[in-house]
Design a protein around this ligand. Structure first.
Ligand code: DX5
Ligand code: ZN
Length: 217
């Protein structure tokens, strides 16, 4: 699977989000990772579909919307209409409804994915892996950028990798949280191919160089 780099705009300057997003393609990014937080599912609040819609015109890179919200089924339609290309929802926010929400996203002709927090075991999503285009493994507790990578998550990525291989399908494994020039190689070796990086990209003096290094290391 090819490596894709998805800068997370959580660490961008929110007062000029459009311009921040516009520069990412020239820096070599493959996706734009949009962290949507509601202050309930996580202890932080970011933005909703309006910002996604307004930023859509600044790039043709795919928008990867990571919904850290309760009752995501109420909002996936709005994010699909706003221009998200991939929509991921947390297993912990959907519980038994997870398959229905994934199907709902597919119904909008968008790619879908399930997210698991660091303490959620892979077995909790085993039954829905085959319906996903991507599985997102959180390597920090969601809510804030700049946290430390949780090493134990590497075992889950390996486990997921094996399960995905068994399905015979092309399902991406995305890793999110604490990715830097040191942790990225371990995440890739474990099997992750979509790499989210917020603070590492946006705080770097040279965003193009850091994206290249995250891809090639
Ligand atoms: C955390 C978000 C991440 C965050 C990652 O809840 O899901 O996407 O932006 O930030 P870094 O890369 O700084 O750990
Ligand atoms: Zn994220």
């Amino acid at each position: 699977m090819s490596i894709k780099i998805a800068p997370s705009v959580l660490s961008a300057d929110f007062s000029k989000m459009g311009e921040e997003i516009a520069t990412l393609k020239g820096c070599g990014a493959d996706l734009v990772h949009l962290d949507v937080m509601d202050g309930v599912f996580v202890k932080n609040i970011t933005f909703g579909p309006k910002l996604v819609e307004d930023c859509r015109k600044f790039t043709d890179l795919p928008f990867d919307a990571h919904l850290m919200i309760v009752n995501p089924e109420k909002y996936v339609g709005a994010f699909a209409d706003a221009g998200a290309d991939i929509i991921t929802v947390h297993k912990e926010a959907c519980e038994d409804k997870i398959k229905d929400v994934l199907m709902q996203i597919k119904g909008y002709n968008k790619k879908c994915g399930v997210v698991i927090n660091p303490n959620t075991p892979v077995k909790d999503i085993q039954d829905v892996i085959e319906y996903c285009d991507m599985i997102l493994c959180m390597s920090v507790y969601p809510g804030f950028g700049g946290q430390k990578f949780i090493d134990d998550v590497l075992f889950k990525i390996e486990e997921l990798s094996k399960l995905i291989r068994k399905t015979g399908k092309n399902i991406d494994i995305e890793v999110d949280g604490g990715i830097n020039l040191e942790t990225v190689s371990r995440a890739k070796s474990a099997g992750a191919n979509v790499i989210v990086a917020g603070s590492t990209v946006f705080n770097a003096p040279d965003r193009k160089k850091i994206i290249e290094d995250l891809r090639n290391l």
